[in-house]
Design a protein around this ligand. Sequence first.
Ligand code: BES
Ligand code: ZN
Ligand code: ZN
Length: 482
Amino acid sequence: MSTNILIDSVVSWEMPRLQLYTKQDWEENVDEIAKEWKITKAILTNDFKAELGESIVLRRKDQKVTLLGLGDTKSFKKIEDAVRSHVFKSKDKMGKAYIIDLHCLTHKLHKIIDPIISGILLGHYMLKGIAPQVDIHLDIPKKNKGKIILAIEDAKKVAEAKMWTMYLVDTPSNIIDPQGFADEIEAKSNDFGFDATTFRSREGLKTLGLHAVLAVNAGSSNLPSFSILEYTPKKPIANIAFVGKGVTFDTGGVSIKGSQNMHWMKCDMGGAAAVAGAIAAIASLKLPIAVTGFIPATDNMVDGSSVKPGDIIQSHSGKTIEIIDTDAEGRLCLADGVSFASKMKNFEHIVDIATLTGSSVMTLGYEAGALFSNNDETAELITKASDVSDEKVWQLPLWDEYAKGIQSDIADVKNYPGYPAAGAITAAKFIQAFVPEKTKWAHLDIAGVAFGANGYGKDRNATGYGVHLLMEFAKQVIKNNQ
Ligand code: BES
Ligand code: ZN
Ligand code: ZN
């Protein structure tokens, strides 16, 4: 890590200082600050009210202090974003070493320390090049110090996992191809504390029965990969699985996409990256739950050997699939992924996550992921997790009527109804056809939220959506089993 967070370190008076205030803390401290800086209270409160994201710079001699407001919100995302945005914009001016002063956060520091730490680290995340080394000295209050230090250590771990996910999504597909994805997983497994098994050849995937993944890969000169990530604590309270769509680039295949903004399709492994990041976070926090991640990775390319509309392909489950549209490739990868997972072990829940449909973007925009589940308990645990992580989800139905759209005349199922109605739902119905009825399963369509125009780059870039959500889901499963 090139951003160091230091506690109880020696600091110099001239180091720039960033002081954080909630509205309540500001109101209680403003008299003292006004006196200290010899500014009248009226002028100071006129310039700064500690609204969320508001900032002011105070200076005297060699000293520079920036005040940053956190408003009165408890929202993880809003606090994380306010801190990240400020750090992102001002980091060049803060230099190689600065102090973040949390002394004035007297009221609920333990509740807001996680998004603050995440915001600081994400603020230094860079899309290009290697981030310069920065030492951030945290000045924390004495009250509950031990507890706060532990919270800081944990928040750092989660933020590091999130930034790994962001890096996987932001890095172009010629740099992280399906083999590169497996390399990344292997390279990071030790640091984060999970086991990785990777399959990297067409023969290997064939032996595993991943025929639908191989069909997506048919037109590619890049070999596919299949990675299994396993984290097993000493006494697991439960056992869950995550499956992530790892399409490193989606041209659409023979049903080729338009060229406008096709470069965004490097984000089509956002589900797989969220699975990797979530398992990294769960493992580095040593949560008492066993988690297995399944990541089928391939690109979806156009070639003489590509799968074509009208073709019938095999799948891991034994069900045959008629291809109507080769651009509906993610569901093919997930079909094999969920089938493989359900046959490997009796998981208490299987959750898949994928940048799956433009339809989910049309429905929920860039604000929420679409949630589908065959089980109320699983859906409720994800919804609760989403309330904590502040990554919105909205449940859509899986009514039987929608299955009509995937009935085929000549195969067990088809991969697209052929009409553009309820596309996110019919995609979910397709995946459901590969999940055993008794398995508690949920599907998250994150096409609108994994990659976005968020102010941290000129073009769209990774959001890290899903890492915190899946980690929090694991915590909810633990709670539910206690
Ligand atoms: N990768 C896309 C979905 C997507 C859309 C991801 C926008 C990120 C942002 C997926 O494979 C796809 O092409 N879906 C098609 C399916 C259709 C052809 C049945 C879609 O949603 O248009
Ligand atoms: Zn596609
Ligand atoms: Zn896709």
